[in-house]
Write a protein that binds this ligand. Structure first.
Ligand SMILES: Cc1ncc(COP(=O)(O)O)c(C=O)c1O
Length: 421
């Protein structure tokens, strides 16, 4: 049987309980702005655009669709570098015993002599399903250090080449993303490398926290961009998740910023790799892993082990959890790339586009009526989405957008409405 486009759960815990202490710890007042200032020292830094799709919004019945478009962030096609670069910077401050006043990120790019010697000769290592490793390799090499990046055996050649182009040495591991995480950590221990992982485990929390904090730059920028449009805040956030760090950063940031009037939020995962959804379904408040091949086109979201820190934030702050099959992401990619007249064109990869597909089904698919009512989505809603990647895997991108692979199943086609387009 064809899978329905969206399955969902309401997080009663988040509705009924005080917001997370962890979110407040992650984003104390002033820190997100400071992190954004640090990022702005990176050569080539520019605010990523906040794009608007007013015609599509009107067509599906919401007030606005706003897309934080990370498809060209620092020419790396994904938001991920924000986390990796900030975490490496923090790690180097720690190694050298410097404060951020004593060594800015800009200083680090040109550091020589005794001050560089104080940092030692670290090699940075991480596992990745593509984008995080590319960001870590890029940031490490900009700061003058080598990196070793672990990928799993289903990683596409495009993604591997992307990492190598940024100076990373790639190690391919049998198994899935979670196996790559374990192998990277074992090898790092043996070789004395610094692990820059976007997921946490017992005794390893500083780096993943820095990574989540690093993502805050996107939302500081978005708030400035909303203000310029006369919008105080988005009313709804839909965020895609792999291990959950991005979602925890987005939802945590907004729940701290608008304490009494928090945007309603939803975490969206691929059906084949929905570890946060599954943790919510089990409902004991703990993170739960799923195993197997995690076979989805949404490579960036193909993770079976939730980041425990992210889970804690999401369990306390995220209002809904949803999972969607691959054809929903494919539909999102096509809609972004062929917009309605007046709407802005967006290049969006598999993991970037799933939230747009999910939003469209939420509004247009009869079977999602209860969900859109529970989310309070209507013509007043200003919905924020994150296009978390551009065309990061050109073969797959063309297969979906040009060749039409993963078409919408007959049962879930939305009948064309009368429209002037
Ligand atoms: C493009 C893209 N979007 C979203 C995510 C999800 O981030 P997280 O694993 O923090 O949930 C990733 C992770 O690699 C990604 O590459």
């Amino acid at each position: 049987m064809t899978e329905v486009p969206i399955q969902w759960l309401k997080n009663h815990h988040a509705f009924e309980n005080p917001k997370s202490k962890l979110a407040a710890e992650l984003f104390p007042p002033g820190l997100p702005q400071q992190i954004r200032r640090i990022h702005s020292e990176i050569p080539g830094y520019r605010m990523s655009p906040l794009k608007s799709l007013p015609r599509l919004a009107k067509r599906i019945g919401v007030g606005g669709i706003w897309v934080k478009d990370e498809s060209a962030r620092l020419s790396l096609n994904s938001f991920k570098v924000l986390g990796g670069a900030y975490a490496i910077y923090q790690k180097l401050l720690q190694r050298g015993g410097f404060s951020d006043k004593e060594m800015s990120l800009r200083d680090l790019l040109h550091l020589e002599g005794g001050r560089r010697e104080k940092l030692g000769h670290p090699t940075f290592a991480t596992a990745t399903d593509g984008n995080h490793g590319t960001g870590v390799a890029w940031a490490a090499s900009k700061m003058g250090f080598p990196s070793v990046i672990y990928v799993h055996s289903l990683t596409t050649q495009d993604r591997i080449r992307g990492i190598e182009r940024q100076g990373g040495r790639v190690v391919v591991v049998d198994g899935n993303y979670d196996d790559a995480v374990r192998q990277a950590s074992l090898d790092a221990q043996k070789n004395g490398w610094e692990v820059i992982s976007d997921t946490s485990w017992e005794g390893y929390e500083d780096v993943p926290k820095w990574i989540m904090q690093g993502y805050a730059t996107m939302f500081v920028e978005a708030q400035e961009q909303f203000a310029a449009q006369g919008i105080q805040r988005p009313t709804h956030l839909l965020v895609q998740a792999g291990v959950g760090s991005l979602a925890a950063a987005a939802i945590g940031f907004y729940s701290v910023l608008f304490e009494d009037n928090v945007p309603l939020s939803m975490v969206v995962e691929p059906t084949e790799a929905a570890c946060l959804y599954e943790s919510m379904r089990i409902g004991d408040g703990k993170p739960h892993s799923i195993t197997g091949e995690l076979d989805t086109i949404m490579a960036g979201l193909a993770c079976g082990d939730p980041n425990p820190l992210a889970w804690e934030t999401l369990y306390n702050c995220a209002d809904f959890f949803a999972k969607c099959p691959d054809y929903v992401a494919a539909k999102g990619m096509r809609v972004y790339s062929v917009p309605l007249a007046e709407d802005q064109f967006i290049v969006s990869g598999e993991s970037g586009a799933v939230t747009l597909g999910a939003l469209m089904y939420m509004m247009e698919y009869e079977g999602a009526r209860e969900l859109r009512e529970a989310m309070g989505l209507n013509q007043e809603s200003q919905v924020l989405l994150i296009n978390s990647e551009g065309n990061t895997s050109p073969d797959e991108f063309r297969s979906v957008v040009w060749e039409g692979s993963l078409p919408v199943p007959e049962d879930f086609k939305i009948h064309v409405k009368e429209d002037e387009d």
